[in-house]
Design a protein around this ligand. Structure first.
Ligand code: ATP
Ligand code: PLP
Ligand code: MG
Ligand code: NA
Ligand code: MG
Length: 297
């Protein structure tokens, strides 16, 4: 494995529980990265609870922080990581941040989780979709959509593995050399499809990982998955399949622990307010046992 890096992570913060930066920063630190979090919102808890309160950062406030860093020559980053973004104005400011960081480090890797919705439902304002398509995808280095998000970005209906691979091809043509569709629902189980376009002359290298569905509903897993993919794909820059095997193995060990803990506490694992056992799973993140295998196409 090669060296680590310095990550600017612009995501949600919750006081209690693990989504957004709360589920991305600690694992990246465990993997040896310096992580500088900017909290795009500060909420009491994640939005799966009956209620939440808190504050939302606007684009100008984000830019103020960037200007503060710039004024002290602190804008050198190897990676930018973004997740859930709630408004077009904030997303447009993220695009300015990408430009600014690349003016300092032209080799900046931008890892974008284009969070827009899941299972056919959009949970961001509809006008975000075209900004992601037209402006964000073209500047992203790695993209981690779920099935629904990949459909929105490609306008392709994904009903099979073949469709998933085709969606990756379309996304490569639009920008990112690495694409991981983090979950496609196939007959009740989950399929991850990864794709690395190493150069324009050859077809992308593609693989799949089959993940049995655990009968529970988790939050924060998408954010954790993208963080792990950033962490491991940077350590294995030419082996996205290996990076994904490790990321899936860590995440599944954590989810298993989470379900076991809730079950032994007689708590319903289907509850939408379930919290992942992130701190308790630190060994599964630092020293993962490879329990999942990628199959190359
Ligand atoms: P995002 O919300 O970030 O756009 P996503 O919909 O893929 O992406 P999640 O649904 O949280 O995010 O899934 C991320 C990963 O978590 C999946 O790749 C899968 O490995 C794992 N995962 C989530 N839920 C389950 C589950 N019920 N059983 C097994 N694995 C799960
Ligand atoms: N950010 C906030 C504030 C949330 O409430 C949630 C989910 O409830 C998320 C992000 C996304 O979590 P996930 O990683 O499961 O997509
Ligand atoms: Mg999902
Ligand atoms: Na995802
Ligand atoms: Mg998500």
């Amino acid at each position: 494995p090669s060296e680590t890096g310095r990550v600017l992570s612009i995501q949600s913060h919750t006081v209690q529980g693990y989504v957004g930066n709360k589920s991305a920063v600690f694992p990246l630190q465990l993997l040896g990265y310096d992580v500088d979090p900017i909290n795009s919102v500060q909420f009491s808890n994640h939005t799966g609870y009956p209620t939440f309160k808190g504050q939302v950062l606007n684009g100008q406030q984000l830019w103020d922080l960037i200007e503060g860093l710039e004024a002290n020559d602190l804008l050198y980053y190897t990676h930018l990581l973004t997740g859930y973004i709630g408004s077009v104005s904030f997303l447009n400011t993220i695009l300015e941040v990408v430009d600014k960081l690349r003016s300092v480090n032209p080799n900046l890797t931008y890892v974008c989780d284009p969070v827009m919705g899941d299972e056919g439902k959009l949970y961001v304002p509809e006008d975000l979709v075209s900004v992601y398509c037209k402006k964000v995808v073209p500047v992203a280095s790695m993209l981690t959509p779920n099935q629904f998000e990949a459909e929105l970005l490609t306008k392709l209906r994904i009903g099979s593995e073949t469709d998933g691979r085709e969606a990756c091809n379309i996304l490569h043509a639009a920008g990112p050399s690495k694409v991981v569709i983090t979950s496609i629902n196939i007959e009740g189980n989950l399929l991850l499809i990864g794709s690395h376009q190493k150069d324009k002359e050859h077809a992308p290298e593609q693989f799949k990982i089959l993940i049995p569905r655990i009968p529970a509903y988790f939050t924060g897993t998408g954010d954790l998955m993208t963080a792990l993919l950033l962490g491991w794909s940077n350590k294995y820059p030419d082996n996205l399949d290996k990076a994904a095997e490790i990321a899936v193995s860590s995440l599944q060990a954590l989810l298993q622990r989470t379900v076991n803990d809730y079950t032994s506490a007689a708590f319903d694992p289907q509850s939408s307010s379930l919290e992942i056992r992130l701190i308790q799973s630190q060994d599964d993140i630092r020293n993962p046992k490879l329990t999942f295998k990628a199959h190359k196409y």
